[in-house]
Every structure is written in structure tokens, then in C-alpha cells.
Design a protein around this ligand. Structure first.
Ligand code: ATP
Ligand code: MG
Length: 551
């Protein structure tokens, strides 16, 4: 979208800052913590940050916010890079890592101690909590608050050298234990961790907290507008306090933080920690399970980058927390695939049809449009013979109601891109399930209506039997049974056991060359995309042809 035709509070802020000359251009960043795969919520942030940089001819960094060695992994770094590229964005310059600034963070900590603004505290976590007070009750000063500057410098050096055990002490900012913002009651800046870090190995025994590292990382990179989600609204005070107390960074052009509402999607969860739990508990097959709201899951399911961009435009940017209807995401992919996806036929729950008056052994090649609204996409070969498959739902012994426009005994129907057929009789198995329908075809109805004026209203899809390819279809329902599962402590118990339903059927032979991450429309059934991992021909259902949830 063009910056002149579309605005929001962040764009207004940028416009003001450029007009007043505080900044000459903008420098954005996307700062994922590499502790999981990116989800659609991150896509909102990516499209916002990279999108603003593009619109304003500024720059956007990719910075891995890797300050917690316990939870991070190189696998996640690679996956995050791939997802950003897939969305079509390119970060400016080299990839940045918060861990590359560990020396500078440490220097900043020393500067704060020297200004009598930080101290090493030995309260244990229960004591720290008790001293912190509550929203209604002021906190109490830590007994370590008045340790001398010289001693604090020594203690921090010892922390760094690994002389204390994990949890024995922390470095805290000296701010205000009476502040109405809890985050300002002497927050922790550094803690001791003995885990090996994926970038710095065992070099560091102390790691900066997010609040300390983030603002300084922003300032080092010359970030102008540091965008984050609303939970960090209070922490903005701390962000400002830290930068205003560091000589190198306390200037008008220093970064400022702005908060927008995070994306929450109905019937799914959106935090990496919760998504990881689904993976660990084996409820899904992995981070890229097509049911997951991860970008890798959506991609495997058949979502396009275009549809994700479109979705983020549709939901916009605001400061109001809300739940977004899954229908908005589904409408975005449906609208994209409606234009792009080649049409084909697949029978998801097949029954056999024998055309009794069709010449034995003959197979006809017919032409069908690849896209009915776009003839330029060309035609494909489909086949017709005396043995076909249609979907179980498209045949009834007797017409159940007036709306039924499919095949029934003595009721004609058109087979898509082929002939009109009429059912005569059928076979069942021992349980009474229909196995084969016997029918006749009208050879005079290829590409035209019956000449005697008979009206044939219904059109159903089919696949010729001898050339059909067997296929597995994975049909997806909502991942959870409740609209907002994340609110529940045991959200995993709300997992929908019907979230994946597998059926076995047939597809047109040309689907042998179908590629993963490229969706087709199986006519009358929905959009599907070939799965990347499966040995047999397997199709993931991307989305229904129509919104069936909100009816
Ligand atoms: P999660 O709980 O999923 O781990 P996070 O905020 O901890 O989320 P980060 O890796 O720290 O994840 O996030 C990188 C960036 O993406 C941050 O700037 C964050 O604000 C943004 N982000 C994360 N989740 C969402 C969301 N649901 N909607 C919009 N932006 C998000
Ligand atoms: Mg996080």
C-alpha cells in the first residue's frame, strides 16, 4: 500500500519525525528470538517493519534476539531466515545478533554502576518477589541497594567470571521501588546462566535481560522506530530510562519504542512456547504440520506469500487487542487461489460408476479448461471410459429433496467437461454401503445440452478409473475446540482430535507432476496442495471453496 493513501498511528509518527527532521530516513528491525519457528503473528510484524522500510525507502535489519541460551537453537535461526525470504523480504546488510553486542552491553552495565544506577543483588527469587510489592503496595528497597560503586564493579566482574552459581545474584537497575510501573521497581539487567550459547559458546556466564539488551541493540544499530506488541507498553519507561542514562545513546535521534496490538487468531495458539508444546507432545507432526499457524505450516498447506501480505493488510495496525476471525485469513488465500490455482478433478470418497452402453475397452481423451475464467491458462487432457469414479456424496438411491442436483436412479447429471449420464442400478457391500453404480451415457451431450430439450441441472466431478492415480487427502479442521484456547492453562487438552481427517481417493493422472507448495483447485472440493514429505501422492486441503465456518 502507498504511504499517501493509507495511514495508521505508526505512519503518522514516522511522518512527523521525518517532517521535523529528527530523522532523515527510517531504520527498522525485525527482532525474533530464535526459540521456535515463526508464526502468522510474526508475519504481521515482518510485513509491518519491512513494509514500512520499503515504503519510506528506509532500511530494515534482521536481528536475532539471542540473549537466552537455554531455549535457543541454530535450527530456528535457519527456519526464520527461510520464512522471511519466502515472504519476499530481504534484510539490509548482514544478519545481526544481540549476542554480537555482549561486550557493549557489559560496558553499558559498568557505566550504570559507575553512575550509581545499578547494583548486584543477592536476594533469592522469593525474597525479590516479596520486596517488589504489588500493584497496590509499594516495594521495599533491597538491602544490597546501597553497596558501594567499587564493590558493585567487583561483584559484576565476578559474576562475569563465573565465580557465583546460577541464581545466586543478579545485576539490577536502581530506579524506584515505589513506581506505579512494576517494571521500574529495580528490574533485573543481568542474570547468571551456565548454558552454552549457540553463537558465543561458553564465553559468557552472564546474560542480559530482554529489556536491557533490546533498547541498547536498537541504539547500536541506529534503529529509529522500534515496534513491539502491546504487552511491552509499560516497559517503554524502562526502554527510555536505560537509553537516557547511557552517554552514547542519550540524544534526540535515539530509538523510540511504539506498541501495536498483537495478532491473535481464533481456534489456534500463537506463542512459540505453546506451539512447541504441541510439537513436543506429539499432537502435531512438527513445527510445519499444515495445521500449525506457523509460516512453514501454512506454506506446506498451500498458503501463498501473497495471501499472507493481503491478510496483514486486511487486519491493519491498531492499539486494540482483539481476536481475529480465521475466516479473514481463509478469505485471503481463497481470493488468491481463485485467480491462480489450476483446476483439476479429485475424488475424495470414491465409488465406481460403470457406463454400460460405453464401448468396451475404449478410452477417450477430452479437453478441459485449466481455469474456466482464464482461457489463457490453456487446456488439459482428461479421460473418459466405461469405468469412472465419482464421489460417494454425489449419488443417492432416491432424490432426497428438490435441492439435490446430483446423480440418483433415473436422474441425469452432467459429468464435468464430459457427458450426461443417467443411473440405472447399483451394488452394495455386506454392510449396505454402495460400491458400484451402473449408468448409461448420452453420446450426444459432449459440450452441448441434450437436443430433445431435456434439462440437466447438476454437474458433478469424476475421474476415469483406469488412468486414475490413487491419492491420500488430508482434510483439516480447527486445531482447537475453543475460540481462545491459549487462555486455558491446559490448552493442549482443548486440541481437536478431528483436526486432521485422512481419506483415500483418486486424482487425474496429470497430478503425478504436481509440486509441493503449489495449490490446485479440485473442482467442487476445495483448494489442495501436494504434501512435501509423503511417499504416496498426498494432498493437503488448503481451504474450502466457500466459508463454511460462519454459516
Ligand atoms: P512468541 O510468544 O510467539 O514467542 P514473541 O513476541 O516472544 O512471541 P519474538 O520472537 O520475540 O516472539 O518476536 C519477534 C517480533 O515479532 C517482536 O517484535 C514481536 O513483537 C513480534 N510478534 C510476536 N508475536 C506477534 C503477534 N502475535 N502479532 C504481532 N507481532 C508479533
Ligand atoms: Mg518470546
Amino acid at each position: 500500500m502507498n504511504k499517501d493513501t493509507y495511514t495508521n498511528f505508526i505512519r503518522n509518527q514516522i511522518n512527523d519525525d521525518l517532517d521535523s527532521g529528527v530523522h532523515n530516513s527510517i531504520q527498522m528491525r525485525f527482532p525474533p528470538e530464535p526459540n521456535g519457528y515463526l508464526h502468522i503473528g510474526h508475519a504481521k510484524s515482518i510485513c509491518l517493519n519491512f513494509g514500512l522500510a520499503k515504503d519510506y525507502k528506509g532500511q530494515c535489519n534482521l536481528r536475532f534476539d539471542d540473549t537466552n541460551p537455554a531455549k535457543e537453537d541454530i535450527e530456528f535461526i535457519d527456519a526464520i531466515k527461510a520464512d522471511i525470504k519466502w515472504l519476499g523480504f530481504v534484510w539490509d546488510g548482514d544478519i545481526k545478533y544481540s549476542s554480537h553486542y555482549f561486550d557493549q552491553f557489559y560496558e553499558c552495565a559498568i557505566e550504570l554502576i559507575n553512575k550509581n544506577l545499578a547494583y548486584v543483588c543477592f536476594l533469592d527469587s522469593d525474597e525479590t518477589r516479596a520486596y517488589r510489592g504489588t500493584l497496590k503496595e509499594a516495594g521495599k528497597n533491597s538491602p544490597y541497594r546501597d553497596t558501594s560503586i567499587a564493590e558493585n564493579l567487583e561483584l559484576l566482574a565476578k559474576m562475569k567470571a563465573g565465580k557465583f552459581s546460577e541464581g545466586e545474584c543478579v545485576l539490577r537497575a536502581k530506579i524506584d521501588m515505589n513506581s506505579s510501573f512494576m517494571c521500574m521497581r529495580d528490574p533485573t539487567l543481568y542474570r547468571i546462566r551456565f548454558d552454552k550459547h549457540h553463537q558465543t559458546g561458553n564465553q559468557w556466564r552472564i546474560y542480559p535481560m530482554y529489556d536491557f539488551a533490546h533498547c541498547i541493540g536498537d541504539a547500536i544499530e541506529g534503529i529509529t522506530h522500534s515496534l513491539c506488541t502491546l504487552e511491552f507498553q509499560d516497559n517503554r519507561r524502562l526502554y527510555d530510562w536505560i537509553l537516557e542514562n547511557l552517554n552514547d545513546f542519550n540524544k534526540p535521534s535515539r530509538p523510540h519504542q511504539y506498541e501495536f496490538s498483537r495478532l491473535n487468531l481464533e481456534y489456534t495458539v500463537m506463542s512459540k512456547r505453546k506451539l512447541q508444546k504441541l510439537v513436543e507432545d506429539g499432537l502435531v507432526s512438527g513445527w510445519d504440520d499444515p495445521r500449525m499457524p506457523t509460516l512453514s505450516g501454512l506454506r506446506r498447506r498451500g498458503y501463498t506469500a501473497t495471501s499472507i501480505h493481503d491478510f496483514t493488510n486486511r487486519i491493519g495496525i491498531s492499539k486494540v487487542d482483539s481476536m481475529t476471525d480465521m475466516a479473514i485469513l481463509e478469505a485471503a488465500i481463497r481470493d488468491d487461489l481463485n485467480i491462480k490455482a489450476p483446476r483439476t478433478m479429485g475424488v475424495i470418497n470414491p465409488i465406481r460408476v460403470i457406463i454400460e452402453n460405453y464401448p468396451k475397452g475404449k478410452i477417450e481423451t477430452l479437453k478441459a479448461l485449466i481455469h474456466p475464467q482464464n482461457e489463457a491458462m490453456g487446456k488439459r487432457d482428461i479421460f473418459f471410459s466405461g469405468e469412472l469414479y465419482i464421489d460417494r456424496a454425489d449419488f443417492k438411491e432416491v432424490v432426497p429433496n428438490k435441492k439435490f442436483k446430483r446423480l440418483a436412479i433415473n436422474k441425469e447429471v452432467r459429468l464435468r467437461s464430459a457427458y450426461v449420464i443417467n443411473a440405472t442400478t447399483f451394488d452394495t457391500d455386506f454392510d449396505g454401503n454402495i460400491t458400484t453404480v451402473y449408468a448409461t451415457y448420452d453420446p450426444d451431450t459432449l459440450g452441448k445440452n441434450p437436443e430433445d430439450g431435456r434439462k440437466v441441472k447438476g454437474v458433478i466431478h469424476f475421474v476415469e478409473a483406469t488412468k486414475a492415480l490413487k491419492a491420500e487427502f488430508r482434510l483439516y479442521n480447527r486445531l482447537f475446540t475453543l475460540e481462545n484456547p491459549g487462555k486455558n492453562d491446559h490448552f493442549e487438552q482443548l486440541f481437536n482430535p478431528q483436526s486432521l481427517v485422512t481419506t483415500y481417493g483418486v486424482v487425474e493422472p496429470n497430478m503425478a507432476s504436481s509440486k509441493p507448495e503449489f495449490a490446485y483447485q479440485f473442482e467442487r472440493e476445495g483448494y489442495f496442495c501436494r504434501d512435501k514429505n509423503s511417499q504416496v501422492l498426498t494432498f493437503n486441503k488448503t481451504v474450502n471453496l466457500r466459508d463454511i465456518w460462519n454459516n
